[in-house]
Write a protein that binds this ligand. Structure first.
Ligand code: CU
Length: 302
């Protein structure tokens, strides 16, 4: 009898292992596509990050456009000043001119700066309108800043509301592609090629929802909602940080975005609903890297 029972147990165990293996094969990681391209800051980076959205590409273009106009103005004024200093110095020009007006020169120095301002203001205003146009999004995510983590609420996915904590330094695993001070336990997952609206707010103090490679920068203000949007054409991992000094662990609330194709995003929402729906109500996977009282103790002993 015992043998029969053991045989049944062995068959059932074998079946379970087989089913698990089949399931593991059938459901690959829906976020795998995001690891193909990582848009993260580099040491000693001097320039903007590579543009990950049309908005950042436009910001980058406008910045360079204004920079070149400014370079020409600064160069011209600098040369003019140097010429005047040398040509009209007291030694060479002992009797100063008493000329005070020249209509042509005055018209020129009024008209040229006006033209320069016009060619700067037209693309600037058009970019402001482009950034403000968050109409007709595919979906909206409510982003809430907390001391010191982010919370993401997918308005279109009932119950999908979870927290995102920075992975502490001693738990970082570079073999998994994790980056110190930037990777989080639960990234914000978005579909590529779709317009995503952010409703940004805060539960306590001012935070900043800042995604440099996507051209998004908005304050998270308690009691009000500030909106922004993005559209990420390329699957990948994008990073941001809270950029409003919000307290002692201000540096420990990065933003990690995994942008994946729509099919993967839909597969992920199902998985996330089962795995970490309403995670914000339970204990977080990681706590803040250093408890507040640890800092407090340090300051008390000093
Ligand atoms: Cu903050």
């Amino acid at each position: 009898m015992k043998r029969v029972i053991w045989a049944v147990v062995a068959v059932l165990a074998g079946l379970t292992v087989g089913v698990h293996a089949a399931l593991a094969q059938a459901s690959p990681d829906p976020l795998a596509a995001a690891s193909q391209y990582v848009n993260a800051p580099k040491p000693w980076q001097w320039w903007f990050p590579e543009a990950g959205s049309p908005m950042q590409a436009k910001i980058d273009w406008l910045m360079q456009y204004v920079l070149w106009i400014m370079a020409v103005v600064v160069g011209f004024v600098g040369v003019l000043m140097a010429y005047v200093c040398v040509r009209y110095r007291a030694k060479r020009n002992p009797t100063p001119s008493h000329l005070t007006h020249n209509t042509l020169v005055e018209v020129i120095w009024l008209v040229i700066p006006t033209i320069l301002l016009a060619v700067i203001i037209v693309p600037s205003i058009s970019l402001i309108y482009y950034e403000a146009d968050d109409s007709n999004p595919y979906m909206t995510v409510t982003v809430t800043g907390h001391q010191w983590y982010w919370e993401y609420n997918y308005q279109a996915v009932p119950g999908l509301d979870y927290t995102s904590y920075m992975i502490p330094d001693d738990k970082i695993d570079p073999s998994q592609g994790q980056i110190r001070r930037l990777s989080v336990d639960h990234p914000l997952v978005l579909p590529i090629g779709e317009k995503i609206k952010f409703d940004i707010t805060s539960s306590d103090v001012l935070h900043g929802f800042y995604l440099p490679s996507l051209g998004v920068q908005r304050y998270a203000i308690p009691g009000t909602v500030v909106t922004s949007w993005t559209m990420i054409p390329k699957a990948g991992t994008y990073f941001g940080q809270c950029n409003q000094i919000c307290g002692i662990n201000h540096d420990a609330m990065p933003i990690e975005i995994k942008a994946v194709p729509m099919a993967d995003y839909l597969a992920w929402t199902k998985m996330a609903q089962q795995d970490y729906t309403m995670n914000s109500s339970g204990p977080p996977q990681f706590s803040s890297p250093k408890p507040v009282n640890e800092y407090a103790d340090v300051s008390v002993t000093k």
